[in-house]
Design a binder for this molecule. Structure first.
Ligand code: AMP
Ligand code: TRP
Length: 323
């Protein structure tokens, strides 16, 4: 039967830990969406390979990320949960998309320019350059209407929309035009150490982020060392807004500033821990049963393949490939 529900697609990279930036900016929202929409969520392992991985740790991270999404409340019954590399169509469509993009369209993207200017001393892997076309393939394979992401990914979804239009104009209607869905609060959780930097999995400073797996003591000590006053004793508005935003995401409530900053930070730490605790409890049970996790994702990729292969077949026919 044809579903009248809108299609939602999003993904998370299995690189290292999931932070509260990922959780409040994306995953917590995905959990709400799955009751209203026809949702597919993926563990984007092809994307993670753009940073050098150690095979054993990479393998563990993929499995842990799968378990984490279920522990956060994504349901294999309600949504299609799958691992990106299980569905070969992603790589194939991304190659086709690459052939329809100008170098400058990728080169001028904010995230690429940021990586290029900040990591110039390291070699920037070419997959980091072409990763927005893989992301566009992820989105366009599933007739996606809405893509729930944090602010940092908005531009990549806009590019997917441009690509959809371009193909439809060149070859006739193939793709659905996707729209970014960026939440009002939580879409830009900043580093606890520097409120002008995004909280990130890859920041060298562990104190900059809260991992979804941090225990109570770690969360308390990271918040207690969070930047709030500049060295001249002046309160940083940006740091304050970031902490208040985190509190709101954890509780749905606004926080009043306390004169005593130690108490203020303790209140936030407690709220975040209370919010993460059930996820950690679910995770510790789930991770003991690898076979169950693998079965969920295998069933998900079987479902995902049906739609993805159908879209890819249409693309190849329209472009003139021999079937
Ligand atoms: P990634 O870890 O890059 O795979 O990101 C997965 C999702 O989390 C994407 O939708 C990102 O936009 C979102 N995200 C990552 N970091 C943050 C952050 N600091 N604040 C809000 N959303 C974020
Ligand atoms: N590139 C996204 C990130 O790093 C993750 C991602 C991969 C994604 N494919 C996607 C997000 C498709 C939304 C839709 O955050």
């Amino acid at each position: 039967m044809l579903s009248l529900k809108k299609n939602v697609f999003a993904a998370v990279q299995p690189s290292g830990t999931i932070t509260i930036g990922n959780y409040y900016g994306a995953i917590k929202k995905w959990v709400e969406l799955q009751d209203k929409f026809n949702c597919s969520f993926s563990v984007a392992d092809f994307h993670s390979l753009s940073i050098r991985q150690t095979p054993k740790i990479f393998n563990q991270n993929i499995l842990r990320t799968c378990a984490c999404l279920i522990a956060c409340g994504l349901s294999p019954q309600k949504s299609t949960l799958f691992v990106q590399s299980d569905v070969a169509a992603h790589a194939e469509l991304s190659q086709i998309i690459n052939c329809h993009l100008e170098f400058d369209e990728l080169f001028n993207l904010d995230q690429f320019r940021f990586i290029k200017s900040n990591y110039a001393q390291n070699l920037v892997n070419s997959a980091i350059f072409t990763y927005p076309s893989l992301m566009a393939a992820d989105i366009l394979l599933y007739n996606t209407n809405l893509v729930p992401v944090g602010e940092d990914q908005r531009q990549h979804v806009e590019l997917a929309k441009i690509i959809a239009k371009r193909f439809n104009k060149m070859y006739g209607k193939i793709f659905t035009s996707p729209e970014p869905l960026v939440p009002k609060t939580g879409s830009q959780i900043m580093s606890l150490q520097n409120p002008s930097k995004k909280m990130s999995k890859s920041d060298k400073n562990e104190l900059s982020r809260i991992s979804i797996f941090d225990d109570e003591n770690t969360i308390t000590s990271k918040f207690s060392s969070a930047f709030l006053d500049s060295p001249d004793g002046k309160l940083s508005k940006d740091a304050l807004n970031n902490l208040a935003q985190i509190y709101f995401c954890a509780t749905g409530k606004k926080i009043q500033m306390e004169k005593d900053h130690k108490i203020f930070k303790k209140i936030i730490a407690k709220a975040v821990y209370e919010d993460l605790k059930p996820i950690q409890e679910n995770f510790s049970v789930l991770i003991k049963n690898e076979d169950r996790i693998k079965k969920c994702y295998k069933e998900g990729s079987d479902k995902a393949k049906i739609t993805a292969e159908k879209t890819l077949k249409t693309v190849k026919e329209k472009l003139g490939f021999i079937s």
